[in-house]
Design a protein around this ligand. Structure first.
Ligand code: C2E
Ligand code: CA
Ligand code: CA
Length: 644
């Protein structure tokens, strides 16, 4: 409800962009034109009343001056009617004020000529005209009017000197008439002053509203109407202060990030995405109490401040409620949409000094929830913080390592189970950290993939591997040409330049494409690496599916995969000595063979495993049983002994 109210407020049209121009009489203040109409309704009878009085006096006392004055007042009254009609329309309102003020001054000059004895009253005329314009006119127009009014005052003064007074009005009539005119003039001035006051108040209210609007805009998200990051941080700061006071209670912070929201924007467009965000904001808001804050930090990130957190259970309950609220479908512009959120939780604000720290840690926990598979929540722990710092440090080191080339390649032999001979090597990246020694790829490869550094690392590995393979081939011409296998990361498979890079590495080393194997995980292939792998196969390169069995491809999809061999994951090889395990390997092998693929077993550590694999029909094997990954020189030794 809160959101709806604030968003309708926001849609109120902006006022006054063009009306601030100094040439405009009316500044558009709400109700002002209406106010002018009211004023005219009041002024007209007065003018006509005096007109009648003058006409009556002219008839009764045969006074021509009164007749002229009466006629003038009727004419002015008629022009006021025109002004009244125009005052309702913005584009004519300025002309209306000109009629009221200038018509009035003109009438005064005529009346002063016809009734010189009224001159003391008419001297008030310029004051009156300015008074009329005061509540409505802009500064520049008012200045012009002041000049005109001053000129009129001078004209009237001159007239008073030159026009002879030949009034036939009797004294008993003239004196009270004089007083009545004076009273009416003073009343009009007072009324105008009062109008001016209400205009001032209106302007002040307007200014305050504009200020409030500006403050609102600066602290709220324009799409959803929720508080924005700035306001959320401010509320966090206030909450921290309150919690620090004696008897203050700790509070909780939740950080939500929608899962795969980008898909909605990308596939259905931003209008649908925005509509969904608005709906999400409403649902989230409805899940918490009035004193809690739901904010949109931007994009698909939302935060919640639970003003008074009870125990952990209560906070988790809110997190679950938020997730349930997002679970039911959204209907936006004829689309049925689903979403979920990953939530990071700080259940207790104690121990925090700064709002930024709270937000950072909630974000960290959210990130952990994403990593653990999305659509779930994680409570922040100190361990997470340590891991983040460690990752940050590692990331910095990794960048430096790429610059300085701290990477090198190890080779692990791949052995034919039929002949027992070494047929090739798998190239494995290693990082020699200057302080921390060797860092295993399991630790730095995911980070390198995240930061995009993987391409540079892998290019290095690829070039070095191709060069080594060529050296082995030249050194052992009597050996069947040795192959080298290089791992590709999914990131690389989506790079259009991959085939060129590989071709370059081949050309540089002189290795033939048919002696290079590229290992790609099955999930990478499933994610749409087919075009890239096809281009590579055209270079004569063979594609091996790595870690087979750990991904989610069904056996049926194997048929489609553009690959030459399967590498059965170590997890299956570990199990191969059990009846079930042997059966699985047997099935996979048979299937692969029927599709024309070779089978390579990874991580073979015992003779028993080797025997089982051989019986299951595996073609090649690799593992500590034969050799750990070694440097290029030791690899040469292995080839030499294989020849013997
Ligand atoms: P992977 O491609 O499955 O590589 C095989 C891993 O198993 C290697 O670990 C190897 O040392 C290990 N291994 C081989 N035989 C045995 C065994 O008998 N027992 C056990 N327990 N382990 C064995 P490593 O070198 O730590 O590499 C880990 C993963 O890092 C690799 O798995 C691969 O996915 C990735 N990786 C390594 N080098 C590169 C690279 O240059 N580029 C890319 N993209 N990924 C790489
Ligand atoms: Ca591999
Ligand atoms: Ca593998």
């Amino acid at each position: 409800m809160v959101i709806t109210a604030s968003s309708t407020n926001r849609k109120e049209p902006r006022r006054g962009a063009g009306v601030k121009s100094p040439d405009v009489w009316l500044e558009e203040i709400p109700g002002q034109r209406h106010q002018m109409g009211q004023f005219l309704k009041w002024l007209m009878p007065l003018v006509l009343g005096f007109g009648l009085l003058e006409a009556g006096a002219s008839a009764a006392f045969r006074d021509p001056g009164s007749g002229v004055a009466g006629l003038t007042l009727f004419a002015y009254g008629a022009s006021l009617e025109v002004a009244r009609r125009w005052s309702g329309r913005m584009e004519r309102a300025n002309a209306a004020i000109a009629i009221i003020c200038c018509g009035f001054l003109l009438a005064c000059i005529v009346v002063a000529l016809a009734q010189p004895f009224l001159i003391t009253v008419i001297i008030l005329a310029p004051l009156l005209a300015v008074g009329v314009a005061l509540p409505y006119a802009s500064g520049k127009m008012l200045r012009r009017l002041l000049v005109v009014a001053w000129l009129v005052a001078v004209i009237i003064a001159v007239l008073s000197e030159i026009s002879p007074s030949d009034s036939r009005l009797p004294g008993w009539y003239a004196a009270p008439f004089h007083v009545a005119c004076l009273a009416a003039a003073v009343a009009v001035v007072l009324l105008l002053l009062w109008q001016f006051r209400s205009r001032l108040v209106g302007a002040l209210v307007q200014a305050r509203l504009a200020e409030e609007r500006a403050l609102y805009d600066a602290t709220h998200d324009s799409l959803t109407g929720l508080p924005n990051r700035a306001l959320f941080m401010e509320r966090l700061r206030q909450a921290l202060e309150r919690a620090r006071e004696a008897g203050g209670r700790p509070f909780a912070v939740l950080f939500l990030d929608l899962d795969r929201f980008k898909n909605v924007n990308d596939s259905l467009g931003h209008v649908v995405g925005d509509g969904m965000l608005v709906e999400i904001a409403k649902r989230l808001r409805a899940c918490v109490r009035v004193e809690d804050t739901v904010a949109r930090l931007g994009g698909d990130e939302f935060t919640v401040l639970l003003a008074s957190a009870g125990d952990l259970g209560e906070v988790l309950e809110v997190a679950e409620r938020l997730q349930r609220a997002l679970a039911s479908p959204f209907y936006v512009r004829g689309h049925e949409l689903y979403t979920s959120a990953s939530i990071g939780i700080i259940p207790d604000s104690r121990g925090y000094e700064r709002p930024e720290d709270l937000l950072r840690d909630a974000d960290t926990a959210m990130y952990q929830a994403k990593r653990e598979g999305r659509a779930r929540y994680e409570v922040f722990t100190g361990e997470m913080r340590r891991r983040v710092l460690e990752t940050l440090r590692l990331e910095n080191d990794l960048r430096r390592a790429v610059e300085r080339g701290e990477f090198y390649v190890r080779y692990q032999p791949i052995v034919s189970l039929r002949s027992g001979a070494v047929v090739g090597f798998e190239a494995l990246a290693r990082w020699e950290h200057p302080d921390r020694g060797e860092i295993p790829p399991a630790k730095f490869i995911p980070l390198a993939e995240e930061t995009g550094l993987i391409s540079r690392i892998n290019r290095r590995v690829l070039r070095e591997a191709c060069r080594s393979a060529k050296v082995w081939q030249e050194r052992f011409p009597e050996h069947r040409p040795l192959t080298v296998s290089v791992n590709l990361s999914p990131v690389q498979l989506s790079q259009p330049s991959l085939a060129d890079q590989v071709a370059e590495a081949l050309a540089e080393s002189g290795l033939e494409g048919r002696h290079l194997r590229l290992e790609v995980t099955e999930s990478a292939i499933m994610l749409g690496a087919e075009p890239a792998t096809r281009a590579l196969r055209e270079l004569g390169i063979r594609i091996h599916i790595d870690d087979f069995g750990t991904g989610y491809s069904s056996l049926g999809v194997l048929q489609r995969l553009p690959a030459d061999a399967l590498k059965i994951d170590r997890a299956f090889v570990e199990n191969v000595c059990s009846a079930d395990g042997a059966q699985i390997v047997q099935t996979v092998t048979t299937l692969a063979h029927s599709l024309g693929m070779d089978v390579i077993a990874e991580g073979v550590e015992t003779d028993e495993q080797l025997e089982r694999l051989r019986r299951a029909g595996c073609d090649y094997a690799q593992g500590f049983l034969f050799s750990r990954p070694v440097d290029a020189r030791d690899a040469g030794e292995i080839i030499a002994s294989s020849l013997r």
